[in-house]
Ligand binder design. Structure first.
Ligand code: NAP
Length: 223
């Protein structure tokens, strides 16, 4: 990793990641919509809405070799909410897909923040969990494409459980700070892991979720 762009770097995991990457000596550009937050980060920044039609064009000349797609949208709602689902699909699926496709021929590493919530359907974050399921499968498909097509891009999926950010307030179970999340991610990136669980013990929950029979999962009070 030589020159890194982090999309979704204004707050939470992305912000902690930028600070740690810079502290480790990596040249890192922080991007997001809220300019005031970017200004407090300092260094090289880019004000960018990932859903803008020209978003990919705007990063094309930055000469990056690593793109971290950490931008995400998701809100818990007691009842399905079409507007929120649409927003999750815009950010977590459609914009993600455009950057992931571009990275195949323009980057050495493409890293995307998916979620443990993407493994099974969840009742109060239905659109979000479905959008992250898309991301998990798409990243696996891109990894296969890069390998079998002998393309140089390495696709790395981040799988956070709960992280203590605006988005991670649903539970305190095994919840870590954004700084701890950043440490786990940087360690995983340096080790070139294909899937990084944040924190590593969430791998166990991921395995259990995948193995649980449908009837049992539907009965469990997981929201
Ligand atoms: N916290 C958790 O427990 C948890 C668990 C699993 C996965 N995740 C994933 O981790 C990632 C980071 O979330 P977080 O927990 O750190 O929450 P956060 O603090 O709310 O961060 C979300 C980031 O996404 C950016 N973003 C959202 N829409 C954007 C857009 N249209 N264009 C550009 N940037 C956009 C936001 O920047 P601006 O609003 O300034 O644009 C912000 O920097 C997300 O993908 C989330 O789904 C979080």
């Amino acid at each position: 990793m030589k020159r890194i762009l982090v999309l979704g770097a204004t707050t939470g995991i992305g912000r902690a990641l930028v600070l740690l990457l810079r502290a480790c000596g990596y040249e890192t550009i922080a991007a997001g919509r809220r300019q005031a937050h970017l200004e407090t980060l300092g260094g090289e920044t880019l004000t960018l809405d990932v859903t803008a039609p020209d978003a990919v064009q705007r990063i094309a000349d930055l000469n990056i070799d690593t793109l971290i797609y950490n931008a995400g949208f998701g809100e818990r709602t007691p009842m399905p909410d079409a507007a929120r689902t649409e927003q999750a699909l815009q950010v977590n699926v459609l914009a993600f897909e455009r950057f992931a496709q571009w990275a195949l021929t323009h980057c050495r590493y493409f890293v995307a923040t998916a979620s443990i919530a993407g493994i099974r359907g969840l009742e109060n974050t239905n659109g979000y969990s479905a959008s992250k399921a898309y991301m998990i499968n798409a990243m696996e498909g891109y990894r296969r494409k890069a390998r079998h097509g002998q393309l140089p891009c390495h696709y790395i999926t981040l799988m956070p459980g709960f992280v203590d950010t605006a988005m991670g307030q649903a539970s305190t179970f095994w919840r870590c700070s954004p700084e701890t999340a950043a440490k786990v991610i940087v360690r995983g990136l340096q080790a070139q892991q294909s899937v990084i669980y944040v924190t590593p013990r969430w791998r166990l929950i991921a395995l259990l979720l995948r193995l649980l029979p449908r009837a049992l999962f539907e009965w469990l009070p997981i929201q």
